[in-house]
Design a protein around this ligand. Structure first.
Ligand code: PBG
Length: 338
């Protein structure tokens, strides 16, 4: 073809979708989804000590911090507009046992962190995780008998754990254990103790995933975990089952539901949001964070853009918000972009 032939081509198009994309102002005008600091929940790891801050090697930029430093960091996140934090303890291995006794100790790391954060940053929501894995010697979320994770016995302990956390000031209880009937049991236990206003965000569709590896490093269960969690976490092959799990948790009193992991499960997020019209959250888990950071550090992709694009994708899929280790960094970028 000659240059003339190319340059004189005019297609008789009525619709040219590119017209709306021609400039920044126009792209902003037609944008369907937005990301805001209010969409971000920040998961943090706490350890014993004072002024202590140790890097999680498989999660560049993420630290386990003693309560004093964690509370300061949370206050900074609150100032950036992050509405809530989720607390995860790295319990001293010597304190872990078969029964997860420390889960019920009103002075455990999570309870102390909760009280400290309530003092330093009273306006941020505090989410505490209900599950036994940070406290068991075998690293499972429930009580173990032989090879079996006991359901009903575990639920009794989880309900008591939830009350212990509510007493420490937790605003939202987030059961991540995947035992049957735990949401109902937690709701009644909270109500019986006068915690009618404590919310429940259930990890309703939590899959048995390879993407949790770095998290298990962070809370120190990677080496001790006996076997895997497939007898309670969901099979990655299933989607109808996720809807049944959400339906059950809502019947039992969940105020919000969560899907986990995040990015490989956006179809699940979308289906749940469309079906239940209930606040649906997604957890961009440790492995997803590690992948973006590793590729960024190798210069294989633009880390910042990948981070913001992945977070926006959750919103587009229908998520009300995202639990993400990127929360403060993303909130800072969003503030600077204004
Ligand atoms: C366990 C729990 C896990 C995560 C949050 N709560 C891991 C697991 O099920 O072993 C994973 C979070 C992440 O990978 O970022 N109760």
């Amino acid at each position: 073809m000659t240059d003339r032939e190319i340059s004189s081509t005019r297609l008789p198009l009525v619709q040219r979708p590119r017209r709306n994309r021609k400039s920044d102002w126009s792209r902003r005008l037609v944008r369907e989804t937005t990301l805001d600091a209010s969409d971000l929940i920040w998961p943090i790891f706490v350890i014993e000590g004072e002024g202590r801050r140790e890097p999680v090697s498989s999660m560049p930029g993420v630290f386990r911090q003693s309560i004093d430093l964690a509370a300061q960091a949370v206050a900074e996140a609150a100032a950036l507009g992050v509405p809530a934090v989720a607390l995860f303890p790295n319990t001293d291995p010597k304190l872990r046992d078969e029964k997860a006794s420390v889960a019920l100790d009103p002075n455990n790391l999570v309870c102390r962190a909760c009280r400290a954060i309530k003092e330093t940053a009273p306006d941020i929501g505090v989410i505490t995780d209900v599950a036994l894995d940070p406290y068991t010697s075998h690293g499972h979320d429930g009580l173990l008998s032989g090879d079996e994770i006991l359901n009903d016995e575990t639920v009794a302990v989880l309900a008591a754990q939830a009350v212990t956390q509510a007493r420490a000031g937790a605003d939202i209880i987030a059961p991540s254990d995947m035992m049957d009937g735990r949401v109902g049991a937690i709701r009644s236990a909270l109500d019986a103790e006068g915690f009618q206003n404590v919310q429940i965000m259930s990890y309703a569709a939590k899959y048995a995933s390879a993407f949790y590896g770095p998290f298990r490093d962070a809370i120190g269960t990677n080496k001790t975990l006996r076997g895997d969690k497939r007898a309670y976490q969901m099979d990655p092959a299933n989607t109808d089952e996720a809807l049944r799990e959400v339906a059950l948790d809502l019947e039992q009193g969940a105020d919000m539901v969560m899907v986990k992991p995040g990015m490989p499960y956006l179809d699940i997020v979308h289906r749940i949001a469309e079906t239940f019209h209930t606040p649906t959250f997604a957890y961009q888990v440790s492995g997803e964070y590690a992948m973006i950071m590793a590729a960024g550090q190798n210069g294989w992709l633009d880390e910042e853009r990948a981070m913001m694009e992945s977070l926006l994708a959750f919103k587009r899929a229908g998520a009300a918000g995202v639990l993400t280790y990127f929360a403060p960094r993303a909130a800072e970028l969003l503030r600077d972009a204004k």
